[in-house]
Design a protein around this ligand. Structure first.
Ligand code: HSE
Length: 437
């Protein structure tokens, strides 16, 4: 049996999961691939802590570079995270011609060009299945499973923390702040929860998926991002009564070569499978021009789901390295520019919540202003105010309208003091489900 040496940089939650999975299923893996991956070194700043897995103490070191430079190590697994020291380790491994496996979505999304250039220069592969949607093998889906397709659309619930918060807000009628505290207490949120709740973690993952889908690197600056911070539970309730759930969704579409890529809280029809994705689970919908719609579901984070993705990369990389005279596979995506749709030009259906003065003719003014901006109403829901004389909440669902027109109309309405106050705008994605609304 051929053996391939593996070096692990970062022995945290996922690193320990990788060791556990290799110990548990290494033999099965070898049977399936014909190559046995063997751990040759594990580096971490803390080599004392008990991680719940037994390892030969001789493998442990605080010196990551010694593992990377060990001639017996042909695959370097980077699980340090962040965009500084992790990058140094990856570039050094690639410079030495070693295959790199990483879960580092922030690094790939923000500085992927440099990583891929180093990979191209040395001819060493970079594998990153664990960077998006944890245990769901979505990278493999785009690179292999759906290789026969042009990807027309992709929708993803890619952040478990946000989905957990939204689920708690809906099920327990919790406020956003309360649900965030629970997510932190349960250990789901990133150390800086802003990455999760302001949508950037999802945007990193969306940029990686779009790059794979279209073969060209999609820079983060091209992703329109709006997070779930400050989302009111009343909007989750109204959405639900109208047949929708609110999800933080990555939306990627390609219409005639123009890419629309955004992350925002989105109303999805309860009939669609995405609406049933609750708690920390992730899901991805991929529409291909040959296959039609496909859906992938599973745990997007955590020790063992992420380890599953890392170990699948170890298996794939081992198999690839074991093949003599192999034809090198082209890079998963290249540099260059795509054409992008400006957020103002996005055509979508909208959920609008307006707080209107409870006076005759007010709704008429709203309808007129929306109509003047080419926004057609699909349904209107007016709730009785709790106390007379107070503002009344009115929820409007629109037919497809242009984002820029919606912005103009809402601004005009907000400026009319007699009409009302602040408004809330959420976008709707029907995901191929026809609604009568
Ligand atoms: N903070 C991320 C999440 C971790 O909640 O999904 C996985 O990338």
């Amino acid at each position: 049996m051929k053996q391939i040496g593996v070096g692990l940089i970062g022995f945290g939650t996922v690193g320990a999961g990788v060791v556990e999975a290799l110990q548990r299923n290494g033999a099965v893996l070898a049977e399936r691939t014909g190559v046995l991956p063997v751990l040759r070194g594990i580096a971490d700043i803390d080599i004392e802590r008990d991680r719940g897995v037994k390892v030969d103490p001789a493998l442990l070191t605080r010196d990551a570079l010694s593992v990377i430079r060990n001639p017996e190590v042909r695959i370097v697994v980077e699980l340090v995270g962040g965009t500084t020291i992790a990058k140094t380790f990856i570039l050094e491994a690639l410079r030495l011609g070693k295959t790199v496996i990483t879960a580092n979505k922030a690094l790939l999304a923000e500085q992927g060009a440099e990583i891929l250039a180093a990979s191209a220069a040395s001819g060493a592969d970079v594998w990153f299945e664990a960077s998006v949607a944890g245990g769901i093998p979505i990278i493999r889906v785009l690179r292999d499973g759906l290789v026969a397709n042009r990807i027309t659309a992709l929708y993803g619930i890619l952040n478990g923390t946000c989905n957990y918060i939204l689920t708690r807000m809906e099920r327990e009628q919790m406020t956003f702040d309360h649900a965030l505290k629970e997510a932190q207490a349960a250990g789901y949120a990133e150390a800086d929860p802003g990455l999760d709740i302001d949508g950037y973690d999802t945007a990193h993952k969306a940029a990686i998926l779009a790059s794979l889908a279209y073969g060209v690197r999609v820079p983060m600056e091209r992703v329109f991002v709006e997070g779930i911070r400050g989302l009111a539970k009343v909007d989750i309730e109204h959405a639900r009564s109208l047949g929708y759930r609110v999800k933080l969704l990555a939306v990627i579409k390609n219409e005639r070569g123009v890419v629309d890529i955004r992350v925002h809280p989105t109303l999805v029809p309860v009939e669609h499978m995405l609406a049933s994705v609750m708690g920390v689970f992730n899901a991805v919908v991929v529409d291909g021009d040959v296959v039609g719609q496909t859906v992938y579901y599973g745990r997007g984070a955590g020790r063992m789901p992420t380890a599953s993705a890392v170990v699948s990369d170890i298996a794939e990389a081992s198999r690839t390295l074991a093949v003599e005279n192999r034809v090198a596979r082209p890079a998963p995506y290249r540099g260059g520019e795509l054409a992008y749709l400006d957020i103002g030009d996005v055509i979508s259906r909208y959920y609008l919540r307006l707080s209107l003065a409870d006076k005759p003719g007010v709704l008429g003014v709203v309808a007129t202003e929306l109509g003047r901006n080419n926004i057609s109403l699909a349904s209107v829901l007016q709730k009785e105010p709790h106390t007379s004389g107070r503002a009344v909440p009115v929820v409007v669902l629109t037919h497809p309208a242009r984002e820029r027109d919606v912005t103009t109309a809402l601004r005009a309405l907000e400026e009319m003091q007699a009409i009302g106050t602040k408004s809330v705008r959420l976008r709707i994605e029907d995901l191929g489900i026809e609604k009568n609304a």
